[in-house]
Design a protein around this ligand. Structure first.
Ligand code: ATP
Length: 215
């Protein structure tokens, strides 16, 4: 029996960039998922406070996906005014959707490598599958529990079980990172890898300290 499939691509999206969009689309296409939602976090537990407010980051996300039919935004973490623990979000989803839905939590290899720092990380595969996307400069763990989870994985399970498998995709690599993009914007440099609509909004509102320099 094949289950309906939903993917979540979580992130701070400070700001959203083409790497996020392409990764989410690659996950959807490679595994033929029914739906993929970008999941912006409100207060990231494992990193510095975002430069933009939740409202600004979700507004930029809205601009980025407005012409992308295959992606949507799930704002459930923004509606809870507290730390965005992924395990809580997935429990919330299970309450809403039940067990007859396959949910995959997608993340870059950098995020997967740090998964053991996440709150109640051992519970995650009981609530969702985990999908890992390659990221330049990062490899998935080769030893330990996270490597073991990967060894047992089978992509077919994503269509047959609600949760429990860990898969790594070998999709084309994209170099962009939000940190680099913020650094370039602060220097008045137009970064590569931002959707046009997102860049235009950043310029119009001088976000990230961006001011156009004379050429
Ligand atoms: P920063 O550079 O500040 O770490 P980021 O670009 O990683 O930011 P996030 O919002 O923190 O952006 O990332 C959301 C998710 O997207 C994470 O799981 C991250 O691994 C993944 N991701 C971001 N950029 C890429 C990329 N170029 N390739 C693969 N995965 C990526």
């Amino acid at each position: 029996m094949s289950l309906p499939t939903l993917g979540f691509f979580g992130g701070t999206f400070d700001p959203v960039h083409c790497g996020h969009l392409q990764m989410a689309l690659a996950a959807k296409a490679h595994l033929q998922l029914d739906e993929v939602r970008l999941l912006p976090c409100h207060q990231p537990p494992h990193r510095a406070t975002p430069q933009l407010t939740s409202r600004q980051r979700s507004l930029l996300l809205g601009l980025a996906v407005q012409d992308v039919d295959d992606l949507s935004i799930d704002t459930r973490e923004l509606k809870r005014d507290k730390l965005s623990w992924t395990v809580d979000t997935l429990r919330h989803c299970r309450k809403e959707f039940g067990d007859e839905l396959s949910i995959t939590l997608w993340m870059g290899a950098d995020s997967y490598s740090g998964l053991q720092n996440w709150h109640e990380w051992q519970q995650l595969p009981q609530l969702a599958h985990i999908g890992i996307l390659q990221r330049p400069g990062y490899t998935v763990p080769k030893v330990g529990v996270l490597a073991h989870w990967l060894e047992r994985s089978s992509a077919a399970n994503i269509h047959q079980q609600p949760a429990g498998t860990v898969v790594a995709l070998k999709q084309p690599l994209l170099p962009w990172s939000a940190t680099k993009i913020r650094e370039q914007l602060a220097l008045g440099v137009r970064p590569k890898g931002l959707p046009e609509s997102v860049f235009n909004y950043i310029v119009a509102h001088q976000l990230y300290g961006f001011t156009e320099t004379e050429t």
